[in-house]
Design a binder for this molecule. Structure first.
Ligand code: SF4
Length: 387
């Protein structure tokens, strides 16, 4: 029986409900479900109905190089759908054998459970119900410690550690507060987030804890290198960078390809591109007058979900920022290129962007890609905020 433990969660956590059969882009579609050795043998020997036995025997396959953690997979059907998914959206395995028969990913998604010094849990933006919930909310996301009974997945040993001056969570929450400071435009906040992280990174590298403290208390003046009224060439350069990045990402990603092609086709190229882009931007901002708040929620939720900027990988803090900037660019570019006045379509585009971000090496690709396109010029990259 699971013990009650305190978890730091975003205040929407208790309101999350899976849309089941009503979900347009179900998470049980499009990829194989990987199982550890113990779950594989549990399913092989489980007492189930004849119909489910046939489905299991057809769907269960060993992976190419089996390990204890990744031993077998439930392969999707010809149409990409998980063979366990029933027409009403429920899972046949769950219905017949209960939650414990499910792999961690099926049991928990879209929840991300982190069992570090502070236990954390939040929901992924790649889930359609999550981005729709965030689209409808106005108040800033607040993080609270609540008791939860959760069977946390076995988590591997952390591999990458950062100097955090012993205040990792304070730094993360400070960066989130920069993004939630609605006294500034969202683009100014994202620019300020970048500069704050640059200062923090220097202070941490110098192990200057006093300096870190000063930044966390907003006692350090940090200028943002970004004009509130970007010049025409900034916009053109921003469009050019976004265009190049999208073409590169399109090659790598199923989930955004259709939206990417639609946006690139819609904008065209050259001077024409800028005019069309500006017109579509107006349509998008008129149709979604609260777009800044929605973006704020999605970026804040993403930062908490991935433990920004201290993810478990060998990427420095400034590159983590460029990865976040790329997420903003993708959201903005694809929504302006696709959403028009359609809230469902907007939610589909947003959750597709986060499927790319959360389920691929996007974050590790984005910063080097952006640096290459922007010739390692930070000012250049920041032009993406003029989009
Ligand atoms: S994507 Fe979200 S809403 Fe859709 S089936 Fe999965 S958990 Fe449910």
């Amino acid at each position: 029986m699971e013990k009650l433990n305190n978890y730091l969660v975003p205040d929407y956590y208790g309101d999350f409900h899976c849309k089941m059969g009503a979900c347009r882009n179900a998470c049980c579609e499009g990829w194989p479900i990987t199982l550890p050795l113990k779950d594989y043998y549990k399913l092989l020997g489980a007492e189930v109905s004849g119909e489910l036995r046939i489905k299991l025997d057809c769907a269960l396959h060993l992976v190419e190089r089996p390990t204890n953690e990744e031993y077998a997979q439930i392969l999707p059907r010809y149409d990409g759908r998980c063979p366990m998914r029933m027409d009403d959206g429920r899972c046949a395995l769950h219905c017949e054998l209960g939650e414990d028969a499910l792999s961690d990913v099926c049991r928990l998604y879209p929840r991300g459970v982190r069992s570090g010094e502070i236990r954390e849990c939040s929901c992924a933006n790649s889930c359609e119900a999550v981005v729709e919930m965030l689209m409808e909310r106005n108040d800033k996301i607040v993080f609270r410690s609540v008791p939860l009974k959760l069977k946390a997945p076995v988590q591997g040993e952390r591999k990458h550690y950062f100097e955090t001056a012993g205040c990792e969570m304070e730094i993360r929450m400070h960066l989130i507060s920069v993004l939630q400071d609605r006294s500034r435009k969202l683009t100014d906040r994202i620019a300020l987030l970048g500069m704050t992280l640059k200062h923090l990174s220097e202070a941490l590298k110098a192990s200057d804890h006093e300096w870190v403290e000063k930044i966390l208390k907003n006692e350090e003046t940090i200028e943002i290198p970004f004009s509130a009224h970007p010049a025409h060439e900034d916009l053109m350069r921003g469009l050019e960078i976004a265009n190049q990045m999208l073409r590169l990402l399109d090659e790598k990603s199923e989930s955004i390809r259709a939206y990417g092609t639609q946006a690139l086709d819609a904008f065209g190229s050259g001077e024409h591109e800028f005019t069309v882009y500006s017109r579509r931007k107006e349509i998008f901002e008129k149709a979604f007058p609260n777009w800044e708040i929605w973006f704020e929620h999605m970026l804040v939720n993403h930062m908490f979900f991935v433990q920004f900027p201290f993810q478990d990988r060998p990427v420095n803090l400034c590159d983590e920022y460029l990865a976040l900037l790329s997420v903003y660019m993708l959201l903005r570019f694809l929504l302006i290129g696709n959403a028009e006045n359609d809230r469902e379509k907007a939610a589909d585009v947003a959750s597709a962007v986060f499927r790319l971000v959360e389920h691929t090496e996007f974050d590790c690709l984005a910063a080097p890609m952006l640096k290459r396109i922007c010739m390692n010029d930070y000012e250049n990259a920041i032009r993406l905020l003029s989009l």
